[in-house]
Design a protein around this ligand. Structure first.
Ligand code: SAM
Length: 218
């Protein structure tokens, strides 16, 4: 199978199961127009996050890595009335685009709180516990983000970590790619961390070959 086939299958799955969504389409279009990279989760992955957060009954959600707020909108839509989301973004320009996209989706600062700066600097100021955590920022710090998420979690918190397969390079113990090393360091942490029960699934689709971790805090 080829990347083209994977993308075509994603198109089919999305057209079969995802309703037309101008707000999400506009979020992607405005992100692209502002020059943001096209690295948001795919629509079916966004819906997966949304469903996982609802299954977890999440009232508080933490996201690390906002970009233009595409996954943030999917997650914020999973919140019940009164629910809150905090999303951490390093780049002020990304945060500005995300703020506008979230506002158009109906989520002001009272629901979706964007913390601008390096997440390892902004996370210590947050108060948990969060019911659901989505980690999707720089991959070098994946293990640090899992550690930070644990500090802000409770037993039963769901943690999802994206882009952990790195087109299969995650199996290369000798890799010098900092992103691969970051993913491997995170897997070592998951294997050794008694507070977490985790699995990982590799994926193919419009975004190529990658995968995600799904973990539950004990
Ligand atoms: N979750 C987004 C989505 O699916 O729509 C995509 C996030 S994108 C893959 C990663 C984002 O993390 C970028 O916007 C990048 O600027 C941000 N980022 C990179 N390093 C960061 C850091 N140290 N702290 C916070 N955000 C960071």
């Amino acid at each position: 199978m080829t990347d083209k086939t994977w993308a075509e299958i994603d198109d089919y799955l999305n057209s079969a199961l995802l309703a037309p969504d101008p707000v999400l389409d506009d979020a992607l279009a405005d992100s692209a127009a502002a020059g943001l990279p096209s690295i948001a989760v795919a629509p079916n992955q966004g819906k997966l996050l949304h469903l996982l957060a609802r299954m977890a009954g999440a009232r508080t959600i933490l996201e690390i890595g906002t970009l233009g707020g595409y996954s943030t909108i999917w997650l914020a839509r999973a919140l019940p009335p009164g629910g809150k989301l905090v999303t951490c973004e390093y780049d002020p320009k990304h945060a500005e685009v995300a703020k506008a996209n979230l506002a158009r989706a109906g989520f002001g600062d009272d629901v979706a709180d964007i913390r601008v700066g390096a997440a390892l600097d902004t996370l210590p100021a947050l108060s948990g516990p969060f019911d659901f955590v989505f980690i999707d920022a720089d991959k070098v710090n994946l293990a640090n983000y899992v550690r930070a998420a644990l500090e802000l979690a409770r037993p039963g918190t769901t943690i999802v970590v994206d882009n952990v397969v790195r087109q299969g390079h995650v199996t290369d113990a000798g890799s010098t790619d900092p992103n691969v090393r970051g993913a491997r360091e995170m897997f070592d942490l998951l294997a050794a961390e008694p507070r977490l029960d985790a699995t990982a699934v590799q994926t193919v689709g419009a975004k190529g070959h990658d995968g995600f971790v799904l973990a539950l805090v004990r």
